[in-house]
Write a protein that binds this ligand. Structure first.
Ligand code: GLN
Length: 453
């Protein structure tokens, strides 16, 4: 814990942490020492972790990296983090993310961007770590924690994992409790871990997962020992390569990486088959209707009364307006406007309802290939390696959204997906591959990812 606290101090220029909690960390570490001496060692005893600022931490400021939650100190702990502390883990601090987890580069944070630890030669070549869990990814990659939590609504664990050479898994929807996690799009949000190895990710997920009656979408099934799956044989596993993911203009290096990943799985005994997921092309537009719709509803609670920041006005309506105008950044405002538009009476059927139908078709595509015996689907995690700070933020917002093309389908279908480091780009940046599994079969993903790692 002391070593990590020291490393955090020396790496503040990365802006990975928005709050360091050294006193809490040292207290928790001492408590771990005591338990170890008493022979009460938990599965994560003394392991120092960083927590994305989307998770409510009791008595520790939690802001979702938004000005609107500036001074918010929760009186409760999220279920997922409480599982980690139950198992002995140590809180090092809260990690930076895109405001309300809306973004793919960690540049929309009210605390400013996170700088990737990759290619830190000079400020001109500074790279984004990906987003929205950019702080988590950068902190794990730069050894500023042993592991971290993330949330993934459309790729926010898998894309930053790919950009930083770390392992990130979004489990099946319902595997981890969403209770105490700041809500973005409730039907898509899931928590998951970041780690430097597949094995570490398996150990962390085992602790984070599990039934919680406080989240009605959390599923009551036993949590398997994911660590046992790491290193298990993948002989006979059927891996689908979806032809629709071979997009026009896909970089050669991504295509090569993808083929190389398939070859590694084949060499380890898996069977590689071509598959079709015909509705893939509609996933991104449908996601950017469903996610903002749910966000506009979830964010209605930030009214200047119940949480955080309040900007006064002459009456209550003006107070709401002033608070929300000052508290939300441009990307969050854009999502609220899109969301309220697609949910409004005249447009609901044309946009929201239609997007929900597309969502069912995307789910059905996966159901069909799984029914044909496919155990997992292999795709690139991202269409390109990390980009430079400022490179995409200034452009059309759709440019940024296109980064999520391979990851959003997985949230739309509620499936588990893992991103595993698989190689380097021509200019030396990490690249990741994604494996998508059947519902609640995260074990298969850990076994397969271990082969690629
Ligand atoms: N980049 C996507 C978005 O901005 C996904 C974010 C996420 O998974 N939280 O919506």
């Amino acid at each position: 814990t002391q070593a990590y606290l020291k490393a955090m101090e020396q790496a503040r220029s990365l802006n990975a942490y928005v709050l360091e909690t050294p006193e809490i960390a040292l207290d928790m570490a001492k408590e771990s020492d005591r338990r170890i001496a008493a022979g009460e060692t938990g599965p994560l005893e003394g392991i120092p972790l960083g927590i994305k600022d989307m998770f409510a931490t009791e008595g520790v400021r939690t802001t979702a990296c938004s000005k609107i939650l500036d001074n918010f100190v929760p009186q409760y702990e999220s279920t997922v983090t409480s599982h980690l502390w139950r198992d002995g883990a140590v809180l090092l601090g809260k990690l930076n993310n895109d405001e309300f987890a809306m973004g793919s580069s960690n540049e929309t944070s009210a605390f400013g961007p996170v700088i990737s630890p990759w290619r830190r030669d000079n400020d001109e070549t500074a790279m984004v770590p990906g987003g929205s869990s950019g702080g988590s990814a950068a902190a794990v990659a730069a050894f500023l924690c042993a592991g971290a939590t993330g949330t993934d609504t459309g790729g926010s664990i898998r894309q930053p994992a790919a950009f930083t050479g770390t392992v990130g898994i979004k489990p099946t929807y319902g595997r981890c409790s969403r209770w105490g996690i700041v809500a973005f799009a409730s039907s898509l949000d899931q928590a998951g871990p970041f780690a430097r190895t597949v094995n570490d990710a398996a150990v962390l997920l085992k602790s984070m997962a599990g039934y919680d009656p406080k989240d009605s979408t959390c599923v009551n099934r036993p949590v398997p020992d994911y660590e046992e799956a790491v290193g298990a044989s993948i002989k006979g596993k059927k891996i689908g390569i979806p032809r629709e993911y071979r997009m026009d203009g896909m970089a050669d290096e991504i295509d090569t990486l993808w083929r190389e990943g398939a070859r590694m799985l084949k060499d380890a005994g898996a069977e590689i088959v071509d598959i079709s997921l015909p509705h893939t092309q509609y996933a991104l537009p449908a996601y950017y209707i469903v996610a903002p719709a749910e966000a506009s509803s979830n964010l209605a609670r930030y009214d200047g009364v119940r949480y955080g920041e309040r900007v006064p006005g002459k009456d209550v309506v003006e107070m709401y307006e002033n608070t929300r105008a000052a508290g939300f950044g441009p990307e969050v405002r854009r999502r609220i406007m899109i969301g309220t538009y697609v949910l409004s009476a005249g447009y609901y059927d044309a946009y929201y309802l239609r997007a929900q139908k597309v969502r069912s078709l995307i789910k059905r595509d996966f159901d069909t290939v799984f029914a044909q015996g496919v155990d997992a689907v292999l795709t690139p995690a991202t269409p390109s390696p990390a980009f430079g700070i400022g490179e995409k933020l200034k452009a059309d917002p759709v440019e940024m959204y296109l980064n999520d093309v391979f990851t959003v389908t997985v949230n739309m279908a509620g499936l588990p997906g893992i991103s595993v480091p698989a190689g380097l780009s021509a200019d030396g940046l990490p690249l990741g591959l994604q494996l998508i599994g059947r519902p609640f079969e995260e074990e298969t993903l850990f076994s397969l990812a271990e082969v690629i790692e």
